[in-house]
Design a binder for this molecule. Structure first.
Ligand SMILES: NC(=O)c1ccc[n+]([C@@H]2O[C@H](COP(=O)([O-])OP(=O)(O)OC[C@H]3O[C@@H](n4cnc5c(N)ncnc54)[C@H](OP(=O)(O)O)[C@@H]3O)[C@@H](O)[C@H]2O)c1
Length: 287
């Protein structure tokens, strides 16, 4: 690869990085460094920006900020759709998070890039129900992608009927309330994230949960499955098409702030730790 080639992937905030390129293709390569061998392949994959359909429209900031989360949301939407779970409600916790709102965006608009008549091209029938904190409620409502939005103290208003649960908060008490509300009417319970990390030590009361047991959804696993079934190019084509409409939407509400130098990085990090960052604000930082 010629000097100056730009690649996209996980890179350390550092003056340089030593990689061991393997499986070099025109589109990119895989880092085969021994200390990274145990990581899922998505974490060791580097793609050339100039050959990537998702980069065709630019949006470098959004690529850095949102792309891995968007990929997760796309794969989740694809998983829910291809598992027949969109016939009923989809309840999503931490609805204000980027992963949740991108999922709701994709479900609300249908998965672009999917051939009409395929499972992924079909429209959903159930509501998208977001669960969020009182502090994030206004921001989340204004996103306009949830059919119904409840705060964590309004879970007694969860809709009736069948549902599946996409758990991005990882909050044991919210999970238990959702499982107890739906019981056997819950078709699937996907464990995606743990944004409420301060609650993780709580064990659910009363032993095992009613309904299906929560199952880890790990995006790189579903990506490998789709890469085998569709081929990498087809997966990239579909994601790039969905990405285009997603970044057009985020540009209406996401404010990107650029910072440079250790003080800017430290300040943004401390704000994040304290929960002082406005969910509509994003930082692109450089040391
Ligand atoms: N399984 C996978 O393959 C996979 C892939 C990618 C990401 N993930 C996981 O998905 C989760 C979401 O990631 P994300 O980057 O989308 O999250 P994010 O946009 O940073 O959102 C974080 C959310 O955390 C909640 N929160 C709790 N305490 C907070 C505080 N003090 N300040 C601000 N927010 C607080 C808020 O949700 P509410 O107020 O709405 O609860 C907020 O929207 C993470 O746990 C991540 O590790 C999993």
């Amino acid at each position: 690869m010629p000097a100056g080639t730009r690649v996209y992937g996980y890179l350390p905030p550092s003056s340089h990085v030593v990689l061991t390129p393997e499986r070099v293709r025109p589109e990119g390569f895989v880092d085969a460094s021994p200390h990274r061998a145990g990581l899922p392949s998505a974490y060791n994959s580097y793609v050339r920006v100039d050959g990537d359909p998702a980069f065709a429209g630019g949006h470098d900031d959004e690529q850095m900020l949102l792309r891995p989360l968007f990929m997760t949301s796309y794969l989740l939407a694809d998983f829910l759709s291809s598992s027949g779970l969109l016939a009923a409600a989809v309840v999503v916790s931490s609805a204000s998070s980027k992963t949740a709102s991108a999922l709701a965006f994709l479900l609300a608009r249908g998965l672009p890039g999917a051939p009409a008549g395929s499972p992924n091209g079909d429209q959903r029938d159930g509501e998208i129900v977001g669960l969020t904190s009182a502090a994030s409620e206004r921001f989340t409502r204004e996103l306009g992608v949830y059919d119904r939005l409840l705060t964590y103290d309004q879970l007694d208003s969860l809709p009736e009927g069948r549902a599946s649960y996409v758990d991005i908060a990882g909050n044991p008490s919210v999970r238990e309330t959702v499982h107890r509300h739906y019981g056997d009417r819950l078709s699937h319970s996907a464990v995606v994230g743990a944004t409420h990390h301060d609650t993780l030590a709580q064990a659910p009361a009363g032993g095992s949960l009613p309904g299906p047991q929560p199952t880890l959804f790990f995006a790189p696993d579903h990506m490998s499955k789709r890469t085998q079934e569709w081929g990498r190019e087809e997966l990239e084509r579909r994601v790039a098409q969905a990405w285009g409409s997603y970044v057009e939407w985020t540009s209406r509400w996401l404010q990107v702030h650029h910072g440079r130098g250790p003080d800017a990085v430290r300040e943004a990090y401390l704000q994040l730790l304290d929960g002082r960052i406005d969910p509509a604000r994003a930082h692109v930082l450089s040391l």
